[in-house]
Ligand binder design. Structure first.
Ligand code: V07
Length: 261
């Protein structure tokens, strides 16, 4: 792992052409969550159709997955499709739903080589059959891989996740299988789709909006947030290195006071 961290790949330049060095002695965030916004805007700027932006965004998922894997991230959660995204024009939704298959058709062999495990959060059952088939194939093929967890939020909404958790708990209470006193934070956590994952250390949102848009509401309670104006298709290794170095400098500042607040 240290060989990887000290490799040239961790030496990046930011937009002002300064070298952004990921500090390999300080902690690489174990779990990074990303709201991949700005694909439509990226396309608009180039007078291209929105779907061209989504396609470019999909290619960028490969690049960022490789980099996250190379620097030793443990979990990468990507917000690919929200419960709100169904409101978009039908043709756009259909194109978005074809992306998992396009992505996996070409990338699954490399995911296997890299020992990457594909997982999802969200209501997968409500997705079109072809999309579900592609996802399930990748989940099944990579389920014994022990490296990076590449977690796609698909048809995911944070409030819907909490409502489902509350319904499950209420049902168990009504059956006498759970007592109200036993409901505490760690119990709530067990009913979430991320129960097996560490909480995100770092949340990144691209393309200028400064909001959560219903993403991982419970899980992000203590995460560091980093926002950039860069559109998702232009977000690259350097931008991620910059986000991580900001995360590391914040950790450095607060590190000494940990547990003393
Ligand atoms: C999608 C590209 C990235 C920017 C955000 C919107 C468009 C990769 C996937 C994907 C999902 C699951 C999976 C493999 C790949 C994807 C959707 C949209 C719906 F197992 N990119 N990408 N899925 N975009």
């Amino acid at each position: 792992m240290f060989k990887k961290l000290f490799s040239k790949k961790t030496q990046q330049t930011n937009q002002s052409n300064d070298t952004v060095q990921i500090n390999s002695v300080e902690k690489i965030p174990s779990h990074i969550a990303i709201i991949m916004d700005g694909n439509g805007r990226w396309a608009n700027k180039r007078s291209l159709p929105r779907i061209a932006g989504h396609h470019e965004g999909m290619k960028n998922v490969r690049k960022i997955t490789r980099y996250a894997d190379d620097i030793g991230v443990n979990v990468l959660t990507l917000y690919a499709f929200s419960t709100e995204n169904w409101k978009r024009p039908k043709t756009e939704v259909e194109f978005l739903m074809s992306l998992p298959e396009q992505f996996l058709n070409t990338f699954l062999p490399e995911l296997m080589e890299r020992n990457i495990c594909v997982q999802t959060i969200g209501e997968i059952d409500a997705l079109p059959t072809g999309t579900k088939r592609a996802l399930n194939k990748a989940i099944e093929a990579t389920k014994n891989n022990t490296g990076l967890i590449l977690n796609f939020a698909m048809n995911y909404g944070g409030r819907a996740e909490l409502v489902k958790a509350m319904q499950s708990m209420a049902l168990e209470v009504s059956k006498g299988e759970l007592t109200i006193d036993a409901i505490d934070e760690s119990r709530v956590n067990q009913y979430l789709m991320t129960s097996h994952l560490p909480e995100p250390d770092l949340l990144i949102r691209t393309s200028g909006e400064i909001r959560l848009s219903n993403f991982m509401l419970w899980q992000l309670a203590y995460s560091e947030f980093w926002f950039t104006d860069v559109h998702w298709p232009d977000f690259n290794e350097e931008t991620l290195a910059e986000a991580i170095s900001v995360y590391q400098s914040r950790n450095r500042r607060y590190g000494g006071l940990k547990g003393e607040e």
